[in-house]
Design a protein. Sequence first.
Length: 313
Amino acid sequence: ISYMGMNDKHYDIVLKLLRESLVEAGVTKSDVDEAIDIAESVRHDVLCKGVEEEKPSLYVRVGGLVVLNAAVENLYDKMLSDRRMRPFFDSVNMTNLKHHQLEYLTFAFGGPNNYTGASMRKVHERLVKEGGLNDTHFDILIEMMAEGLVELGVGDEEVEEVTNIMNSMRNEVLSKDLTINGRRVSLPKSLYEKLGGESAIDAVVDLFYKKVLADSMLKDFFNATNMQRQRKMQKAFLTYALGGSSTYSGRSMREAHRESVRKGLNETHFNRVAELLVESLKELKVPMPYIEEVVEKVGGLKDDVLCTGEGLE
């Protein structure tokens, strides 16, 4: 309410209209006075006095979906009209590109998390290696985005925040190394990249579920499961958990496993799952240090997978 500007003056008008409405409805003066007294007693709470309101997300402050959608359209109009930027979009489906860009910026600016695309590094890797995408192009991109937001009436503070967020993505988008104390240091690869990327995750998940479905302790949990969909969702989750994607749009671990916990899923089953995952990684010749990293990440999910603290029966 304070963000929208409601204050004592507006509240006084509300009380005046309330009094008039009660009088017109034939309410006695004593009851009207009592109603107004009650309304007056909650003024402090209604106007959030003394409470520091949480600052709305950047997504809300720039104007939400309507303004962000217009900003994306504006951005690509500018880039397609610029001879320095236009070549990067040859043979690109612009409708799909704008859709994914809108989803990503919505997520990056604190709006609804619906982005299911690949990491910024993966998306732009070919453009960097084959097209020569570099800092100059990235500076042009930020400048065009800022210009577009100003044209749409977005405030200076929000425009600056947007450019700062975009600048924070520079190294990832451009697959750059970092310079620390004058020394060039390669950005660390995600565990997803260390394992071998998409093809490796596909192989691990397929082999893992082959073992699970043959395991007497675990197979009954999947009797009514669509395994094709299960494999797909597991691949998406591992891609996210191991650093291959910035978002995951599936159910939370607790939500996904709650019914299995009700059916008896416990720590023994969790440990068996971890054992089969390790077996799968070993059979696919994954180096032991990477296997240990995977095990550490999986182990950190135990409480959520087993719905610890929920008291399920």
